[in-house]
Design a protein around this ligand. Sequence first.
Ligand code: ATP
Ligand code: MG
Length: 447
Amino acid sequence: MKEKILIVDDDLEMCAFLSDLLQGEGFSVTTTGDSLEASKILKKEEFDILITDLRMKGLKGLDLLGEAKKIVPLTPVIIITAFGTIASAIQAMKLGAYDYITKPFQTDELILTVTKALENRFLKREIVRLKKEVESRYQFHQLIGKSLPMQRIYDLIGRVSDTSSNVLITGESGTGKELVAKAIHYNGLRKEGPLIAVNCAAIPETLLESELFGYKKGAFTDAKSDKKGLIFEAHGGTLFLDEITEMPYTLQAKLLRVIEEKEVRPLGDTGSYPIDARIISASNRDMKLLIQQGRFREDLYYRLKVIDIELPPLRERKEDIPLLIQNFINRIGKEMKKEISGVAEEALKILLNYSWPGNIRELENVIQRAITLSQHETILPEDLPSSMTHDGDENLIEKGLREQYTIDRLEKEYILKILREVGGNKSKAAEILGLDRKTLYRKLQEI
Ligand SMILES: Nc1ncnc2c1ncn2[C@@H]1O[C@H](COP(=O)(O)OP(=O)(O)OP(=O)(O)O)[C@@H](O)[C@H]1O
Ligand SMILES: [Mg+2]
């Protein structure tokens, strides 16, 4: 395919001369004497090189250069200038022109400049392509991580996306289960359909059934009109059942029936309605143990985990920590309009040595807090929570007294400490704290 060059010069003789010359060299050439027209052409058609005069009527050469840098930033611009206007040619170089040639010029000189510019364009595009390739290897939708376990997860997501099989995602709190569920939905066959997320731990048990299955008017006292259930809303798309183990046992049987019969029957309805929804469920609990204890149905378990994705805890993929930190710094720094360039070595050491019971959510919060506190260009050890820097066994009350904690802060630290002790198991933590799981859940969201 011929490489394309756009020539802009209000000296039409010059245009014709350049056009002949470059066509003779095998290029496809478009010329225009009108620089405003040139900017329109650039928006419509892709060129490999732009050659423009500096002094023209209408849009000046420098303005056209500015336009071109905006519209097609990777296309090299060669400036043609008369001997007397070298100063502005140099200014053009500062503004991002690739090179300039002064009139009168030798034809060889022009051809050499064009050839070099093409090489430059090729290399620039190659860099952009490689950068994207590297990034996509370390990133999948919003998931970040270059470690082997994460690459396996990307691979799995890629493969399950093209199917409609049910997927069970397991992993400790904060490992990215919800992000993975979204990545599967938005990467798959059903991305045009709805993604309906239901957190089984956050909805009171008494409401969960009617929320999920819907009801007919009069099915119970508060049923003032018909209501479509969330399962129905997910028709043609994906139903994401988060914290699936918190679904009451009786409801588990109903859900199983929906999966087996591909039909939903709203409360108080005599008929059933066909339903086509992929179910992605997630849990951070030991499901096998719950099955043994008779708290989760084994038959449902197997229906849900046709494909199962186990997310590794952050402490098992520490090589991803620097990458995650940099991403959080970029994003949060921008949001908070604070320029932080990175993490000081000492602070990074602390971050790498920590066990991250709250996984990526905890890391994100620690970075957010550090950016808020930081008074320097980099994050220093003093910007990290003292529980990470001091030995973790320091008496919480003493530390609270020393640092003058509010009750709120003390409560948060205590909850986190207990959560760490039980390895992130929220049910166990709730039991020790004397809270019900929903309250703990809410408090954790606020941390
Ligand atoms: N691989 C990742 N890359 C970037 N951010 C991530 C990654 N995994 C998780 N996060 C971020 O960490 C936070 C927690 O993720 P998410 O809500 O998906 O976790 P979860 O496993 O569902 O947690 P829980 O069990 O507590 O519900 C979110 O803010 C998410 O954006
Ligand atoms: Mg979640």
